[in-house]
Design a protein around this ligand. Sequence first.
Ligand code: GLC
Length: 434
Amino acid sequence: MKTSFLALALLCASLALPVRAQSYTPTEENLKSRQEFRDARFGIFLHWGLYAMLATGEWTMTNHNLNYKEYAKLAGGFYPSKFNAAEWVAAIKASGAKYICFTSRHHEGFSMFDTKYSDYNVVDATPFKRDVLKELADECHKQGIRLHLYYSHIDWYREDCPWGRTGRGTGRPNPKGDWASYYRFMNNQLTELLTNYGPIGAIWFDGWWDQDQNPGFDWQLPGQYELIHKLQPACLVGNNHHQVPFEGEDIQIFERDLPGENKSGLSGQDISSLPLETCETMNGMWGYKITDQNYKSTKTLIHYLVKAAGKDANLLMNIGPQPDGCLPEVALERLKEIGEWMKTYGETIYGTRGGCVAPHPWGVTTQKGDRLFVHILDLQDKALFLPLEDRKVKRAMDFASRQAVKFKRVDGGVVLQFAEAPTEVDKVVELQLD
Ligand code: GLC
């Protein structure tokens, strides 16, 4: 039954027919994978493609209306001689991150993996001729870190991809494209990605919004999601569409905002009960940008991670690898320093959920059962009121030193008392609740 459905799904995908979506019930494997994802709390995003060579971010092709045939010539010079997947994965693992999300194909349309369905890929179109995704996937599996794959619904290179609101100046001839052909292409590639690279933790779609001025447009997502779940039931589906999750999705993604915030203007959507993830850049750009050395401090990045955890969300923090195949030096430094912090404080992040005290300007709480971790990020005073209402506190201690912290029951909660106002990057007080 399972096999025949898979055969049908594959046949439909190859004919670009939608597989009729029944209402979605996640499998056991999928639910387990959601839980593991949620417990992981911290991942690293890698935006790597031909755009790294232009060194002005991943949107250069459309921002400068670069002709698609000219742009494609970049591939002939793509030779990241220092690329070493083992080093990437080791550095990322040492940061405490539990998963990597890699751009298998971004809006520029270049496949960073070996694909039968287009020659415009890292093996066939470059002198490098190495399947960088395969090398990365093998290392992830070897070093025990989960691999997620970003996959763009937009393609500024292919002539069969219908035009959306971006990539209109790249010289592709046919605005209407050929949807059936493009849908078949995407599903064929997704089938390769989920067949040739071992277990994939998630497919991270992006670009749905490109057709948001074209309300009649149907991305045929249910059939695509079903194909993914049939090929690898534990593979989570996420879509950076900036909407509440659609049927068939397993996680909810926020971009450059913590859930419930909408500072970047992309995240006004309601928060669902699915596992949450927000992504953010280490400097200001996703793809490598040579002029952007404006990296956030380690403290700021740790605060972002902690605040995400306090909102019950994962943080997917981005690095744009260089055209030579190295991760930028500053990014490596940040990974190392976050890793040092995580060695001590990881227990207050991994496997936790947003705590019973809601986020406040001073910080957030995370929780594991009756252990409440109070993350004090910004407090000018020597005392802190926690609105715990009737919850009884048995003990309070400084998480790192295990020294007792004084506390007093007051109306509506407890007050923690310190000798001095906290100055740590994150002062974590552990409360044992009754
Ligand atoms: C946006 C951008 C894209 C980037 C993504 C990461 O959707 O189009 O370049 O990959 O955000 O969140």
